[in-house]
Each structure stands twice: as structure tokens, then as C-alpha cells.
Write a protein that binds this ligand. Structure first.
Ligand code: FES
Length: 584
């Protein structure tokens, strides 16, 4: 970097340290001052003249899913410097699923704003986004999409599996399974404490196809990671190598000015949805994809997504839909193996962050090899996509069900509603002996939507009432306007839109009403007349939740429904320019 500030400012397009100067009313002085301060950290002019590659560091003592962040930052920096750039790490909010009250989703949009505004505020030519735990990757992609600079995603990677009394275990499908066994009286408190030590065997994200693994695969399918960037576990050499490559590629996209809007195109979202369906991915993936798409002016077409689902088999044999874990997927070749198998269904012309198309990247991976984790199209885990979209008078704006993780015997079911008004009501009554419930009933939970809880918590996985769990009931139809962890399983209808808290039909369901679920017909129906629903709405009008101040007030005033990704309305692109997937 030249020592004379005006020399740099004479360039048509400021780059590196000259970008986004702080406003003091004198641009030359602003650069002079910036250089003076950064030199306090020992930088030379030669270093400061390189392309600046920022690294969004989401390491946090509260977030074991990002426990390898220091090593990743170091490896990214190495890659950046090998490629001739100057790495500059900066912290942002970090969100862990179990360390965020009331729910991590309440904070996703805040992290997206933090990421976007720091990208806008700090001088950088490209940014590496280090994310992993469920909400972090979507938050970073949302923020980077709005800031629209060259950006590349680096996934922290999955945890290793543990072993409990000879049985392989991993968070968090097995967390729920063992907790369910404890509730049913099948294991005692001592064994529960023992397995607690084994469920999370290392740092890294959940080891099954939960939301974190889903978003990792989606990020690669979108073209936003290095090829092969989704699957290496957090503690492996492969993960560190991907980090180094990511740093080097970040310098390249800075030089090529490969801004994120060139990658996040309709074809990329279509590929992401195809992969979401084929991996038996978390239902949360749809909400996050809708939010990311909304940032670039695209809407998710749920009808088209459902049509895609009917022609996209589940190929990945991972829990909770199958039996393996993420480290097995990595050993089976990771996304290269899956994409090779899915190739006829993909939009191969989609540009990726390497500057090559997805089709070219698939070609570069070469032939596959014998493995048992990714099935062939002719021998799938489940013959349709993992997720089906439902409509009906109970969900005029749509609802979803993860059919690949549901009980086939309950997919066509009519039953009596057993209603819980909110999570507190659920906690107080679900295990009561006096609860009037049978295995054929349908459990309904209201007010856990975007505004209801608020933050659309993962409470849609309504526990089986204790008295039924104790007699061996493992699954029941459950309906709510909330979300469910991608690690959970069951016949569970989620994201009912509009939610109860803003007066959706769900708000007016009463104990004893009949509800019909037909996954075959893509229907979730409340079997009472429209007039009766209208009468109930008139007699008991819904009062929407409000807050007096702060972030919660902003959230309640501006959060959108699940079909819009539960993003804030003012953060979405000002104009919607199209829908994805295309209805070809
Ligand atoms: Fe972080 Fe599951 S808790 S990925």
C-alpha cells in the first residue's frame, strides 16, 4: 500500500484497506488514520496493499459446534496468504441450539443483520463465513446475500460419534431416543447420565442429518462452499484442508469480483431444494432457504417444491431417515457421491463459487466407488423426497411433514384433536394421568409460530404423553405452527401457516374436533365448517403478541411467516423478481 493516501484514493474502485472509509469529512485523512491504527498491530504497507479477505469468526465458548473455529481461522489465513491476500478475522454473534433462549431461531435474523452490517462496515474484498450450528449458516448466507460482495461459506463440520455400552450414538437423534426411553421407564437415571457423556464425542455439529448437516449440504448444493466442503467432520485433516482451500479461493473470488448474486440464482436454489429432498434433510431447511432466497428477491414456490418432491427419492441413508452418521457420509465420498447420483435431476449450468458450474464440478470428481451410504436412484431409502407440502383449511398457507421420518401407518389418518394452547400448557398437562388421550388422537400445539413463542421454536416435536409412552406408543400424529429439530422423527405436521398467534385457523381448533391428515392427497384438514371457524374467530378474536421495547419489539412487528422464511419484512429484497424452483 502506498504511504501517500491520495495515491490510493485516485483509483476508480477503492479496494482492500481503501474501501468503506470512516466518515470524518476528509477522505485522505480517513485513510491516513486507518493505516495509522492498523499499523499499531504491526502491519507493513506491503501487507496492507494486498486484497483484504475478511473471516467471520463465530467461535464462542458457548458453542461447541464451533469448537474448532480457532484451527479453521488459522487454516483459512494460511490459504489466504498463500494466494496473496491479507486475512482479517472479525467476530460476529455465534448461536448454539441449546444455549439460546427462548430459541436460536429468535436470534437468526439478528445474526444475519450483524453479519451484513459488519461486512458493509469493514474494508474487505471478500469474506469467508465460518458457520456450522443450525442457524449460523443461514444467518451468514442471508447477511452476505444482502451485502452482496464475494463470499464463500466454510462449514465447521460434524462431530464424531460416541459409543454407549457397545452401541454407536450421536447427537441428536440418539439424544431424543434415549430421552424417550427414559420417559418410558426403559432406562434409569444412571444410564441416562452415562449416555449423556457419549452423545457428543467431539466438537462439531450434530452427527446426523439434522439442520446443521442439512444446511452444510445445501450450502454446497448452492455452490457456496468449496467442492466437498459439506461433509468432513470438524476434527479431521480433511476439514482443515478445506479451510485452507477456502481461504485461497476467497482471494480468487475477490480478484474475479465474483459477487454472491452471481451464485445465488434460481438454478442454485433449485439444486439446493433437490438436495434437501434427496438427503431426507431437516424441515428447517425450507424455512432457511426461503429466507436466503428472499434476500435476493426470490420466493420459494411450495407447490413446485412439492412436485419436485414427488420425483426426488431419498438417497442418503443417514439418521433420522436412515441409519448412518455424517462421518460415514464423508467416507462414502460426501456430496460428490450424492450429486453424481442426482445428476439427471440437477441444474448443471448453475455457477459455483469456484467459477465453474456444478456440472463441471461433478465431472471433476471422477467416477464413484462402492459404498453403502448413498443409495442409487433405483434403490432409494424412500421413493419420494423427504418432505411433503400439505394444504387444507387448517393450513391455507401450507404446512409440511417430513414423510421419510414418519410412521407409514399414520400418513393417512383421521383422529380427535387433543389441544394444547401453548408450550406452557403443554408442559403442564402432557404427562398428567388425567389427560384424555388415546394413541389414535391427534396432538395439536398452538402458538409456537414465528410470533407465537416468539421465534418459532423447535417444540413441534410434541412428546408422546407419558401414559401412552409407558405402554409402548412410539408415534402419533402431531400438528403445530412451530418447527422441529432435523434430528427428530415422527408423523409431525409443522409450519402450519398462518400461525395461531395471528389468527390462523389453527387458533380455533378445540378439543374433540376431528382432523384429517392425508399425505397421499397432501391434505391437512379441520373437519368443521368454514362458518363454524368464522364463528369461533368472531367470538374469540386473537390478540397478537406485542413487546414494549428492544429486539423483541422489532421481531414481533416485522417477522414474516414460515413461507417467507420467518425473516424480517424489511430485510427481504425490496422487490420479488421471481420464484424458485421453476415449474418446468
Ligand atoms: Fe449445533 Fe446440533 S446443536 S448442530
Amino acid at each position: 500500500m502506498p504511504d501517500t493516501p491520495s495515491e490510493g484514493l485516485a483509483r476508480a474502485e477503492p479496494a482492500g484497506m481503501r474501501k468503506g472509509l470512516t466518515s470524518y469529512g476528509d477522505q485522505d485523512f480517513s485513510l491516513f488514520l486507518r493505516k495509522a491504527f492498523i499499523k499499531g498491530a504491526g502491519y507493513t504497507d506491503t501487507a496492507l496493499d494486498r486484497p483484504v479477505i475478511a473471516i467471520a469468526d463465530t467461535g464462542s465458548d458457548y458453542n461447541a459446534c464451533h469448537g474448532n473455529a480457532p484451527q479453521l481461522v488459522e487454516a483459512v489465513k494460511r490459504g489466504v496468504m498463500l494466494a496473496g491476500g491479507l486475512p482479517m478475522a472479525f467476530p460476529t454473534i455465534s448461536i448454539h441450539e441449546s444455549f439460546a433462549a427462548p430459541t436460536s431461531m429468535f436470534l437468526r435474523n439478528l445474526m444475519a443483520i450483524d453479519t451484513e452490517e459488519m461486512i458493509r462496515a469493514l474494508p474487505m474484498d471478500a469474506v469467508v463465513l465460518i458457520g456450522g450450528c443450525d442457524k449460523t449458516v443461514p444467518a451468514q448466507l442471508m447477511g452476505a446475500a444482502s451485502a452482496n460482495i464475494p463470499a464463500i461459506q466454510l462449514i465447521t463440520g460434524s462431530m464424531l460419534t460416541g459409543s454407549h455400552r457397545g452401541e454407536r450414538v450421536g447427537a441428536c437423534t440418539d439424544c431424543r431416543r434415549y430421552w424417550g426411553r427414559f420417559r418410558a421407564g426403559e432406562i434409569d437415571a444412571d444410564e441416562t447420565a452415562d449416555v449423556n457423556n457419549q452423545l457428543v464425542a467431539s466438537v462439531g455439529t450434530c452427527s446426523v442429518m439434522g439442520t446443521a448437516s442439512t444446511m452444510a449440504c445445501i450450502a454446497e448444493a448452492l455452490g457456496m462452499t468449496m467442492p466437498g466442503g459439506a461433509s468432513p467432520p470438524a476434527v479431521t485433516a480433511d476439514r482443515i484442508r478445506i479451510a485452507e482451500q477456502t481461504g485461497a479461493q476467497a482471494v480468487q473470488i475477490a480478484r474475479d469480483k465474483l459477487t454472491i448474486d452471481k451464485v445465488l440464482r434460481p438454478a442454485a436454489f433449485e439444486n439446493a431444494m433437490r438436495v434437501l429432498l434427496a438427503i431426507g434433510g431437516s424441515t428447517n431447511g425450507i424455512v432457511h432457504l426461503a429466507a436466503i432466497a428472499g434476500r435476493v428477491g426470490l420466493e420459494i414456490d411450495l407447490q413446485a417444491l412439492d412436485r419436485m418432491g414427488r420425483e426426488t427419492p431419498v438417497l442418503l441413508d443417514l439418521k433420522p431417515s436412515g441409519q448412518h452418521y455424517m462421518e460415514d457420509f464423508h467416507k462414502a465420498g460426501g456430496m460428490a457421491t450424492l450429486l453424481r447420483e442426482l445428476k439427471p435431476l440437477l441444474r448443471l449450468e448453475a455457477l459455483t463459487i469456484t467459477g465453474r458450474t456444478l456440472g463441471e464440478e461433478i465431472e471433476r470428481t471422477g467416477p464413484g466407488f462402492a459404498q453403502t451410504v448413498v443409495r442409487s436412484v433405483g434403490n432409494p431409502i424412500y421413493c419420494e423426497g423427504g418432505i411433503a407440502v400439505l394444504w387444507g383449511n387448517l393450513a391455507p398457507g401450507g404446512a409440511i411433514i417430513k414423510q421419510s421420518a414418519a410412521d407409514p401407518g399414520l400418513m393417512e389418518h383421521e383422529g380427535r384433536a387433543v389441544v394444547f394452547e401453548n408450550v406452557q400448557d403443554l408442559a403442564e398437562r402432557i404427562d398428567a394421568d388425567a389427560l384424555d388421550v388415546t394413541p389414535q388422537d391427534i396432538l395439536v400445539l398452538k402458538n409456537i409460530g414465528p410470533k407465537g413463542a416468539p421465534g418459532m421454536p423447535e417444540a413441534g416435536y410434541i412428546p408422546i404423553p407419558m401414559k401412552l409412552a409407558r405402554v409402548g406408543v412410539k408415534d402419533m400424529v402431531r400438528v403445530s405452527d412451530g418447527r422441529m429439530s432435523g434430528t427428530a422423527f415422527g408423523t409431525i405436521v409443522l409450519h402450519v401457516t398462518p400461525e395461531a398467534a395471528i389468527g390462523g385457523p389453527l387458533a380455533h381448533v378445540r378439543n374433540g374436533d376431528r382432523i384429517r391428515l392425508s399425505v397421499k392427497n397432501r391434505e391437512i384438514a379441520l373437519l368443521i365448517s368454514d362458518e363454524e371457524v368464522a364463528r369461533r374467530a368472531h367470538d374469540n378474536p386473537v390478540v397478537e403478541p406485542t413487546a414494549e421495547r428492544g429486539y423483541k419489539k422489532l421481531f414481533l412487528q416485522t417477522v414474516t411467516q414460515a413461507d417467507k422464511g420467518a425473516d424480517f419484512d424489511f430485510m427481504r429484497a425490496p422487490q420479488i423478481i421471481g420464484k424458485t424452483p421453476s415449474s418446468r
